[in-house]
Each structure stands twice: as structure tokens, then as C-alpha cells.
Write a protein that binds this ligand. Sequence first.
Ligand code: PMP
Length: 286
Amino acid sequence: MSLIWIDGHYHDRATAMVSVFDHGLLYGDGVFEGIRAYNGRIFRLDRHLERLYGSAKGIWLDVPLPAAELGRVVEEAVGKSGIKDAYIRLVVTRGVGDLGLDPRKCPKPTVICIVDTIKLWPQESYERGLTALTAATPINHRESLSPRIKSLNYLSHILAKVEGIAAGVDEVIMLDSSGYVAEASGMNLGMVKRGVVRTPPPYAGILRGVTRDAILELAREAGYGVDESPLNRYDLYTADEVFLTGTAAEVVGVAKLDGRVIGTGKAGPVTRDLFARFRALATRGD
Ligand code: PMP
């Protein structure tokens, strides 16, 4: 059973409502976060709040309560929900205005915290690895709507996802407009070559994933080399392993990309090792 907090009041799924004049709905004018709790403990809430407030700043949106207070809302909502392994969605929209674009007509941002559950991939996907294709739809240009802003405008990622669905694969890899590898539809991407974990740098124009950062820390601790530098499709095709990371998916391997078998054609040993280390970290609660 989900529990929803909106501007100070709790609702259930049936009664949680926002106005049709909310600019989050009318224009995708807002920001959000996807967060996870493991056994009642929220994984890296501070990092998510930092990213949320950064995203808000990126779109000139003042979140009407301080980060520490919003953090307490999240903790309280998770506690009240009784859901131990929860997926939490924080949303801050520009708020209710009129039918024009002007955000000055929206006096008060809407703040929403949804506590629910999520399951992205079945267990066998983690063993077998996902099939993926490179989407024709590029990620937003970083000087237009920066991919580092986790905004309510997910259409380019959704269009890429639909390309994957139409082609019958599990997931898509998005490139930037110059052809460098960016990320998956709602996950970051990493690869392994000769024991080195490689991933694009955030400045290249990707969302800087909380899971991505945790995986890079764990990879360093485990003694793997770590290299944050631009990647192209050739790097992925010739990788020993390709994997995707995200709050919902955690760490999942890619077995096939654009019809080519990656590495051994299933989730590789480094991917599985990093996943085990990530699970240990997340369930320990740091
Ligand atoms: N990229 C995009 C576009 C995403 O939506 C997400 C999910 N938030 C990620 C990457 C992964 O980020 P995180 O590890 O913080 O969930």
C-alpha cells in the first residue's frame, strides 16, 4: 500500500491529487528524485536531497522547505508507510498557476513524497543480462536542458525507451548529440575492460547517479581501476562487460547490444561482484 505526502498532508493512492493547473503537469516544470529504503533505512538520502536541490536551482525553483526538513518528511513517511523495502519518489513542481508559461503566476511549489515499492527487472535478467540497442533519439543537449537536472521532462528518455520496446529489447543506450555514450533510459552506464571500470564523466551530460557514484567508490575499494572518460559505441562493443546502474535496478549487466554479444554474453564477473558489494553497502545503510 502506497502512502503519499503532499504539502504537509498524507493521502492514500485513491485520494492523492494535484490540480490540472499545476505547471508540473502542464509543462513538466519541476524536478524529482527516486530514492530507496532497504529494511527501513534510506540509502544516501543526503546525496538525493543534494541532487534535488541542485536540480531545483538549475531551473530557478525555490523548494519551499529546507533540505533537512524535507529529509525528515521522507524519514517520517517511510516510517508511517510500514514499507521496509521502499521506493520513494520526491517531486517538486513549480506549483499551481494559470495556463501561461510564466512561473511568476505560480506562487507556491507543490511538494510531493510518494512511498511505494518498485521492481524493474525479474531475477533472471540479473543472471542473463539485458538486451539493449543504441537509441536514435539523443539525450538532451547539456546546454539546453542539462541532463544533470533531474527534471519532470523525461520525454527524450521515454522516446528512446519506446524505440527499445518497439525493437523487442530490454533497454536502450542513449548517445549525446556528438555520438558519445551517455546513459540508459533511467540508468547510468559502465563498462569493464581488462579489470578497469570505465564510465562517462558527469560533465559529459548525464545524470550523476547516486548508484553510479557508490559503484565507483566500491570499485576503487575492491582494487579495480576506475576511469571516468568519454566512451563511444566501439568501446562498448569490445568491452569485457557492460552494466547499468540505478536506484531501482541497482546493478544489471548487458548481454547483447545492437545485436552484438558483449563479453561472454551474460552478466560478467565484475558486474556481479560490484552488485554484491552494492547490496552489502545498501543493506548496511551507509
Ligand atoms: N540516469 C537517469 C536518466 C535516471 O533517471 C536515473 C535514475 N534516477 C539514473 C541515471 C540513475 O541515477 P540513480 O543511481 O541516482 O538512481
